[in-house]
Design a protein around this ligand. Structure first.
Ligand code: ATP
Length: 219
């Protein structure tokens, strides 16, 4: 049974760091597909800069050429804060005993103890942590114990069970962040080679990261 991947984020905007990570995890773990799930209202972060509609458009455009990447709008459609636990509970219900892998960058993983009902996530899915430049696996505190308890060394073990394992895998290091991209865009810098051209075209068309819009994003 090929596992399903789940990759959430603000995607404000989506960039090549996200796309390359998703592809390498997909190939390395032989995932059937990866769901890209842009969050609606992040409980932990300030409002997104681009509107939900624009972020959906950007993700759709970015993944259009890869048939195994799928846009999932559920967190934007759902009212209230976007809790990952709710999304995963829905997917678990849908996929029964199928392996599901929640894909997180290391920075997102290190923040996991701040997430709503974070310890329950592992009861629903596997967690795959992609190394990001400058981060290392935690070995102390609550998260260190969590890693110690659930970590497996072989990807094969993610297929044998539908949930309950943590797998830490290196991905090609692309030192990119949406924050850094937005700063560059505000200064009028060209984002070519950092994101798909189709995403850059939407940013240009909507002007969503220029100064005049930064104070009145509509979400
Ligand atoms: P921001 O700068 O606004 O925090 P971001 O670039 O980190 O944005 P998010 O949408 O918040 O992007 O991240 C979604 C997921 O992608 C998270 O799990 C994050 O760790 C991961 N991620 C982000 N950038 C990279 C990158 N360059 N390489 C690998 N994973 C990344």
């Amino acid at each position: 049974m090929q596992p399903i991947g789940v990759f959430g984020g603000t995607f404000d905007p989506i960039h090549n760091g996200h796309l390359r990570t998703a592809l390498e995890v997909l190939e390395n773990l032989s995932l059937a597909k990866v769901y890209f799930i842009p969050c609606g209202q992040s409980p932990l972060r300030s409002k997104c800069i681009a509107t939900s509609a624009t972020r959906l458009r950007m993700v759709q455009a970015a993944i259009a050429s890869e048939s195994r990447f799928v846009l999932d709008e559920r967190e934007i459609v759902r009212n209230g804060p976007s809790y990952t636990i709710d999304t995963l509970a829905e997917l678990r219900n849908q996929y029964k005993d199928h392996p599901i892998c929640l894909i997180l960058g290391m920075d997102a993983f290190l923040d996991l103890p701040k997430w709503h009902r974070w310890k329950e996530l592992i009861e629903l899915v596997h967690i795959v942590v992609a190394h990001r430049p400058g981060w290392s696996a935690p070995n102390e505190g609550e998260l260190g114990s969590f890693v110690l308890e659930y970590r497996v060394q072989k990807a094969q073990e993610l297929i044998q069970k539908s949930r309950g394992k943590v797998f830490i895998m290196p991905v090609t290091q692309l030192e990119l962040s949406a924050t850094q991209l937005r700063s560059g865009l505000q200064l009028g810098l060209d984002p070519t080679y950092l994101m798909p051209e189709s995403v850059a075209a939407i940013i240009k068309e909507t002007d969503c990261y220029t100064q005049k819009f930064l104070s009145n994003a509509d979400e």
